[in-house]
Design a binder for this molecule. Structure first.
Ligand code: ATP
Length: 239
């Protein structure tokens, strides 16, 4: 049984169908990437999984149990962490308060294991440990990205949904973020990763899906997608 399984998922915004019957799976401890161009439906898929956007039809199962239709805080509590696009951190709150929000959002404030969560996040991101009292809004872009990922890890999720973690970052930060994604995965967390940087995403993932206009057009082992002519032309900028 896959850890996370989407079956024929459809999502609409009013009359527009953004996700048109997507089926995909993430196995335990696996890194899976979803690549595709602008407006393909990647963010919408993640928002449906984490309960932010209600799907029109189809199903989302976590460990074999349906979770579609459940509110976001409940989905977070079950073990699904989401670091959204554009970081969405709380600018006026301190780094530490932002991380605590990750727990409260999932109804886990005051739960046991809070110290372990902070320890894990600070071990992954020493920069956040140094800047615990700094306002989130004054962090650099790369640091805000670390904070968004750290916040999603506070509930110690079994699967982490990452939406464009490399967006807007300098190349050196991009490398660092991908190293951290590997490290998070080696600690036992499965990852569903959305990326415009298809080369990096396919280098870190075990499997990948290519999504175009709301539908999956290709899926394979990441190494095979890296060698696929269609993928090379459309997403790796090669002739
Ligand atoms: P990008 O890489 O550009 O972020 P994406 O693959 O993540 O793209 P989505 O953000 O999921 O794509 O968008 C899929 C489609 O749904 C697009 O056509 C988009 O315009 C539309 N869409 C997304 N959010 C909304 C919304 N709140 N209201 C109406 N349409 C929306």
């Amino acid at each position: 049984m896959p850890l996370l399984e989407l079956t024929d998922l459809r999502v609409h915004y009013g009359g527009i169908e953004a996700v048109k019957g997507i089926s995909l799976a993430v196995e335990e401890r696996e890194i899976v990437t979803l690549i595709g161009g602008n407006g393909a439906g990647k963010t919408t898929t993640l928002r449906a999984i984490s309960g932010i956007k209600r799907p029109t039809s189809g199903s989302i199962a976590f460990r074999g149990k349906r979770i579609d239709g459940q509110p976001a805080h409940q989905v977070a509590k079950l073990g699904i962490g989401h670091a959204p696009e554009g970081r969405r951190i709380f600018g006026r709150m301190s780094v530490r308060e932002n991380l605590e929000m990750g727990l409260y959002a999932a109804g886990r404030g005051g739960a046991t294991g809070v110290k372990a969560s902070f320890d894990r996040v600070f071990a992954l991101f020493p920069r956040l440990a140094e800047r615990q009292r700094q306002a989130g809004g004054t962090l650099s872009g790369g640091e805000q990205q670390m904070l968004a990922i750290g916040r999603a890890l506070m509930t110690r999720p079994e699967v982490l949904l990452l939406d464009e973690p490399s967006m807007g970052l300098a190349p050196i930060f991009v490398e660092r973020i991908f190293d951290i994604i590997r490290e998070i995965n080696e600690q036992g967390t499965a990852v569903l990763l959305i990326e415009q940087n298809a080369h990096m995403a396919l280098s870190v993932a075990r499997r990948g899906y290519v999504i175009e206009s709301g539908s999956i057009v290709l899926s394979d082992e990441a190494g095979k997608l890296l060698g696929n002519e269609q993928v090379r032309k459309a997403y790796l900028g090669e002739e």
